[in-house]
Design a protein around this ligand. Sequence first.
Ligand SMILES: [Zn+2]
Length: 103
Amino acid sequence: MNIPEIVRIGGVKYEVRYEEGLNNGTSLAYGHIDYDKTMIRLAPGLQSKQGECKTLLHEILHGVSKHFDLEIENDENTIDALARGLYMVIVDNPEMFGVVPQL
Ligand SMILES: [Zn+2]
């Protein structure tokens, strides 16, 4: 799995960029999705590549949840579990997605 420059969610292009000093208001954050600016920000240097991929999936799942107006949109534990599960399936089944995992 790679970190792309653009991710489309529900037909909307989200720019993916690294940004220093991300926080959620009280502490450092690994990532953030901004629906207004259609941007996903990832904190550089805080995690391994695998961690960054999981964070990207986490933010994408927030976006998918918002797109479909799901109740889990702001349920961090559920979003995180789904992101970890999805990452696991992607990495364990690379042929299904036509990619070779880069760990
Ligand atoms: Zn989150």
